[in-house]
Write a protein that binds this ligand. Structure first.
Ligand code: NAD
Length: 478
């Protein structure tokens, strides 16, 4: 069994006990063993990052470009092999695993370019003979805490901008998926990342995560995960006045209007609701359908669902892989029971025995639901979607916004006027017209509102808001 260690100050170190990493498509397949650290590991990693910080902030844009570009190239060159590893570790299909690895490559290459595009402003002062300069400087030592559902893309979209803007990093990946984070760490070492600039500490949230957020020498925390953990992190960081960025859950609406082209709407709803086993913060979990098209839409959805093949993530014919683990599967099944007790009609949603010890579940569609039900207010994070009937645009819009979350919202319509109004009124960070609610570009801002996000946006040029701090310098040249 291959054993994997954490990376501190450029050295691979066994920090604590090794824990097995299990394939969710086949629990007899142990991918490897990963050593879990504790608070003392965080102490060592923070000290390493702190001592590397001065040299890294003074590194040239070319040096940083070369590192990030090289990692991006390696991810692309090895995307098939790393993508298959990702699918084996997390359970998304091979196509999704390879696609996510390519996304990580693109993110590294985009931020390599950002190293060369670090600009400031030079302005005339309101007073004579004075120049005013506004520039951006690194925040310092940043702690990155990531979830299991995008085990290579989310670490990439935090690590790449952090390094590009001159910060040193400690990454704590999700305990269910340390393998992909370990691969990124290996690539950074292979591509010449200086000791201490990037550190990986694997382990539990309650020990490693907690030590990272509380450490006084960590200047900023970027977190993606659940709302409950995010709120706790905000409290701890708030007390220390530590910069914090949180990307959390979603309960994203997809509105289907009477004038929608169902050949666009149905595939968009199937993709948004069920692909990646519904384990995306941007998944469509509330399908709000205008009354005139409701029955036709439900018929088309159930037909399309019956054509979905659920199976081993590594089988190229699978459309949907397993749920990530037993705990998440049991939680999904509870929501299927809850849907019944809330008087919804349930299609699918049962546990599947596929001849392998995996965590398989049939996609679930809840019919005849209303927005006040718990199944429509709480994030399920599985392959489950609800259909809610709406009398017209105004009601659909009100339902779409009636949620504690605000990440993405979609509409399928052939009316430009309706689409425009939806874009204007949707109380979310990202709006999709005639597209699934999930699936975004890497060069533009990512993030939401209300219970979904807190702090600066991620990705694209907006990442600079979080990973830099602004300095305004006045100079009298008289
Ligand atoms: P989680 O909150 O359980 O864990 C996320 C990370 O936080 C893990 O690395 C975990 O170990 C760590 N953690 C747990 N307790 C901690 C503590 N006390 N201090 C510090 N760190 C701690 O979330 P998860 O189950 O891994 O991921 C699923 C959630 O992530 C869903 O709610 C999903 O919507 C959300 N998500 C959001 C986005 C987004 O961009 N908005 C993207 C992907 C996933």
């Amino acid at each position: 069994m291959t054993k994997h260690d954490s990376l501190i100050n450029g050295k691979w170190q066994k920090l604590g006990d090794y824990k097995p990493n299990i394939n969710p498509s086949d629990t007899e397949d142990v991918i490897g063993e990963y050593s879990y650290g504790d608070a003392s590991s965080v102490e060592a990693a923070v000290a390493a990052a702190k001592s590397a910080q001065e040299a890294w902030r003074n590194s040239t844009p070319q040096q940083r470009f070369d590192l990030l570009d090289a990692v991006g190239n390696k991810l692309a060159e090895r995307s098939k092999e790393i993508g298959a590893f990702l699918s084996r570790e997390e359970g998304k299909t091979l196509a999704e695993g390879v696609g996510e690895t390519m996304r990580a490559s693109q993110v590294f290459k985009f931020h390599a370019g950002e190293c060369l595009r670090q600009v400031g402003d030079l302005q005339a002062s309101t007073r004579p003979d004075i120049d005013v300069e506004t520039t951006r400087e690194p925040v310092g030592v940043v702690g990155l805490i990531t979830p299991w559902n995008f085990p290579i893309a989310i670490p990439a979209w935090k690590i790449a901008p952090a390094l590009a803007h001159g910060n040193c990093v400690i990454l704590k990946p999700a305990d269910l998926t340390p393998g992909c984070a370990h691969i990124i760490a290996e690539l950074l070492v292979e591509c010449g990342c200086p000791n201490g600039v990037f550190n990986l500490v694997m382990g539990r949230g309650s020990t490693v995560g907690e030590a990272l957020i509380s450490h006084p020498d960590v200047d900023a925390i970027s977190f993606t995960g659940s709302v409950a953990t995010g709120r706790h992190i905000a409290e701890v960081c708030g007390k220390q006045l530590k910069k914090v960025q949180l990307e959390m859950g979603g309960k994203n609406p997809m509105v289907v209007m009477n004038d929608a082209d169902l050949s666009i709407a149905v595939p968009a709803c199937i993709n948004g609701t069920f692909f990646s086993t519904g384990q995306r913060c941007t998944a469509s979990s509330r399908l709000i359908v205008e009354a005139g098209v409701h029955d036709e839409f439900v018929d088309a959805m159930t037909k399309a669902m019956s054509n979905l093949k659920i199976g081993d993530a590594l089988d190229p014919s699978s459309h949907i892989g397993p749920v990530v683990d037993e705990k998440q599967l049991l939680s999904n099944l509870k929501y299927v029971d809850l849907a019944r007790s809330e008087a919804a009609e349930v299609i699918g949603g049962q546990r599947l025995e596929l001849g392998k010890n995996g965590f398989f579940q049939a996609p679930a569609l809840f019919l005849g639901t209303d927005n006040a039900m718990r199944i429509n207010q709480e994030e399920i994070f599985g392959p489950c979607g609800s259909v809610i009937k709406a009398a017209g645009f105004e009601e659909a819009m009100a339902i779409a916004n009636d949620t504690p979350f605000g990440l993405t919202a979609g509409i399928c319509t052939s009316s430009l006027k309706t689409a425009r109004e939806f874009k204007r009124q949707a109380d979310v960070g990202m709006v999709m017209v005639n597209l699934p609610t999930a699936g975004v570009d890497y060069h533009v801002a990512f993030g939401g509102r209300k219970g979904s996000s807190f702090g600066a946006r991620e990705q694209g040029r907006y990442a600079a808001e979080f990973y830099t701090t602004v300095k305004t310098a006045y100079c009298f040249a008289g």
